[in-house]
Design a protein around this ligand. Structure first.
Ligand SMILES: *Cc1c(COP(=O)(O)O)cnc(C)c1O
Length: 360
């Protein structure tokens, strides 16, 4: 039976990449040892790392104005790194809040710097909605503007990018990076924990405008210092080498299959099939306003909560795993990242329809 894994993260990876990793697990590049067993400073590893960055730069069209860092500590590590590196004495860090992850970033940021949270979310009549970017009340004095373009748990996506005349725009793209085309120049820092669209956990991609490396910020651990990591090629200490290698393979695979543009189409198609089905059904519902529905994480609720356990059990028997919603929002959630094929969505919709008919 084919199993489709809808886990929010660590998430499904492209089967082709997993097979290649398996084949070369014990003997990488004919070295007779695994990629996990070689020095991060050895020539073959450094060559891999160089090509990995070049590949990501091609995929996202990242200019020389930016450094690309491969850091530790996942997305949450950056919740601390951003205020530590970008703090200014006389300007607050602005945090746009529209869900569980952006709130988490605010709470962590407040440990280090002056923060100002701006709520852009309004839940009316049981519907999650957000203010369009043009209506966000951004103050003129800010050390940075932090926001989360895709709220993984709430299923809310922001498609426009905020603008500010002088404060850097920082985006937590952990669950949305490489899923659609963006203009990197619209941002100043993009960061993303790897375990959704990139590879295994343990690695975090940070794309940072070089000019920001000059900021003094606050005293901070070297391991979270952008300027130090940039200077040392993300090797201040031993990096998560296996995660880095696998990310390189995922990038290679994405380039070979049409890049981000093709992926965007693929993701739109997948999300449309699922949302269309949910909208037509009177057994399932999605509570997010249509203009800000996530293309990556689709939360949905059964009309009758008491059927949740039966739904999850039968789904698992049909090879559809990890559909349980986050404990904070309840219901179900299908995470349909880049690696999820259309077949997986079709299998899910077929199952949902069968379950609804049996329980109506
Ligand atoms: C998963 C996720 C994170 C946290 O990632 P960790 O690597 O566990 O720290 C942060 N932000 C968003 C939006 C996420 O989806």
């Amino acid at each position: 039976m084919t199993v489709y894994n809808f886990c929010a993260g660590p998430a499904m990876l492209p089967p082709e990449v997993m097979k290649k990793a398996q084949q070369e697990f014990l003997d990488w590049q004919n070295l007779g040892v695994s990629v996990m067993e070689v020095s991060h400073r050895s020539a073959p590893f450094l060559a891999m790392v160089k090509e990995c960055e070049a590949s990501l730069r091609r995929l996202m069209n990242i200019s020389d104005e930016f450094e690309v860092l491969f850091m530790h500590g996942g997305g949450r590590g950056q919740f601390a790194a951003v205020p530590l590196n970008l703090h200014l004495d006389d300007a607050p860090g602005i945090y746009i809040e529209n869900g569980i992850w952006s709130n988490g970033a605010t709470i962590e940021g407040a440990k280090f710097t002056n923060v100002e949270g701006i709520n852009i979310r309004s839940d009316k009549d049981g519907f999650f909605d957000i203010k369009p970017v043009s209506q966000w009340p951004l103050p003129s004095n800010a050390s940075f503007i932090h926001y989360c373009p895709n709220e993984t748990i709430d299923g809310i996506q922001i498609f426009d990018v905020p603008k500010h005349p002088n404060a850097p725009i920082v985006a937590d793209m952990s669950s949305v990076i490489l899923s659609r085309e963006i203009n990197v120049d619209d941002f100043d820092i993009i960061y993303a924990g790897a375990q959704k669209n990139i590879g295994p956990s343990g690695l975090c991609i940070v794309i940072v405008r070089k000019a920001l490396l000059e900021r003094e910020g606050l005293p901070r651990p070297s391991i979270l210092d952008y300027a130090i990591e940039a200077k040392l090629g993300s090797m201040y200490n031993t990096p998560p080498t296996f995660a880095w290698y696998l990310a390189a393979e995922v990038f290679k695979h994405l380039e070979a299959t049409g890049g981000v543009k093709a992926m965007e189409k693929h993701n739109e198609t997948k999300a449309a099939i699922l949302y269309d089905y949910i909208d037509k059904s009177d057994f399932y519902s999605n509570k997010v306003a249509k203009h800000c529905r996530s293309l990556m994480n689709v939360p949905f609720w059964l009309k009758d909560d008491s059927l949740n356990d039966a739904f999850l059990k039968q789904a698992e028997k049909s090879g559809l795993v990890a559909l349980e919603g986050h404990r904070l929002v309840g219901g179900m959630r299908a995470s349909i990242y880049n690696a999820m094929p259309i077949d997986g969505i079709e299998a899910l919709v077929t199952f949902m329809d069968k379950f609804a008919k049996e329980h109506s």
